[in-house]
Design a protein around this ligand. Structure first.
Ligand code: NAD
Length: 298
């Protein structure tokens, strides 16, 4: 397959590299010169414009930071929707707003183009290992055509429904993960103040009704769970800034369907506060530091 890959940052670089290694003809593009140089060093073919490969590509994958970047690349002044050929399948793997994702897919549809939203979970380590989970929205037929390509980059590829459904699934999942981590952090901070041994609480909780994935994999206390970022001074993992962004997206999605998701809104507020306080680079489980500082106010 001829694949155009736009956005070779922390996630896109290993994803594009895996595709090139598996024998696909990959041409990458990034706005940042530094990312382009790094791509060349890693053996990727890098182009200086999107135009160079847009017409020829069977598939174009984008892995961009946020809404504005996706809008610029697809429907901006030199957007690829007006450059690709009818048979090109477009896959946006960025995590963006559900409604923005639907709006871009609608623009693609008016040009008779197939577009999938396919945000991922699994982080940089999952991208490097080719073990990402893809949550895919859009036509099932188009997904089936690109399945072998997605399988190079991921282990679980789930069709979530119509356009925007991949972003919706990601927003719902990460809203719950953020809320869960705050709950775990409050629970273990309470335990500490009540004089409970955290290891004893972990053993009880992980086989009781408080059990959950974040508890067993990302416990925000050092020395108990091997995979916890707490064991390495909260170096990420999944950064606070990313969680704050995802929670804001979930909040916007809830608002757009007139849902007051109280816990989601509070989680978004807490992660944004923690990020603004200078902790955006830490793992999301470091939110326990914010909670440990909190005292009861009458
Ligand atoms: P990143 O900032 O490292 O990479 C994004 C790249 O896009 C950058 O190299 C940037 O220069 C490039 N870019 C921006 N605008 C562009 C444009 N107009 N044209 C071409 N290139 C452009 O971000 P990342 O960590 O790779 O994340 C990418 C997406 O994946 C985000 O939406 C993020 O929320 C999501 N995500 C990230 C992780 C993670 O752990 N990093 C995990 C899951 C999902």
């Amino acid at each position: 397959m001829k694949i155009g890959f736009i956005g070779i940052g922390n996630m896109g670089m290993p994803m594009a590299s895996n595709l090139a290694r598996s024998g696909h003809e990959v041409t990458a593009f990034d706005k940042s010169k530094q990312a382009c140089l790094l791509g060349q060093e890693r053996g990727l073919r890098v182009s200086s414009t999107m135009k160079d490969f847009s017409k020829e590509a069977n598939i174009i994958i984008t892995m961009l930071p946020a809404d504005d970047h996706v809008a610029e690349v697809y429907i901006g002044k030199e957007g690829i929707l007006d450059q690709v050929s009818q048979s090109t399948i477009l896959i946006d793997c960025s995590t963006i707003d559900v409604n923005m994702s639907r709006a871009v897919a609608d623009e693609a549809k008016t040009r008779n183009l197939d577009m999938l939203d396919a945000p991922v979970s699994g982080g940089v380590s999952g991208a490097e290992a080719g073990s990402l989970t893809f949550m895919v929205g859009g036509e099932k037929n188009a997904l089936e055509k690109v399945m072998p390509v997605l399988k190079v980059m991921g282990k679980n590829i789930v069709h979530a429904g119509a356009s925007g459904s991949g972003q919706a699934a990601k927003a719902c999942n990460n809203m719950l993960l953020g809320i869960s981590m705050i709950g775990i952090s409050e629970s273990f901070t309470l335990a500490d103040r009540l004089g409970l041994d955290p290891k004893v609480l972990f053993d009880i909780m992980s086989s009781a009704t408080g059990d959950c994935w974040a508890l067993r994999n990302h416990l925000p206390i050092a020395g108990i769970v091997e995979t916890s970022a707490a064991n390495r001074s909260f170096s990420p993992g999944f950064a606070v800034a990313m969680m704050a962004k995802d929670l804001r997206l979930a909040e916007a999605a809830a608002k757009s369907v007139d849902l007051q998701a109280d816990l989601g809104i509070l989680a978004s507020k807490m992660y944004t506060e923690f990020e603004k306080g200078g902790s955006g680079h830490l793992d999301y489980s470091a939110i326990i530091n914010l909670i440990q500082r909190k005292a009861f106010t009458k």
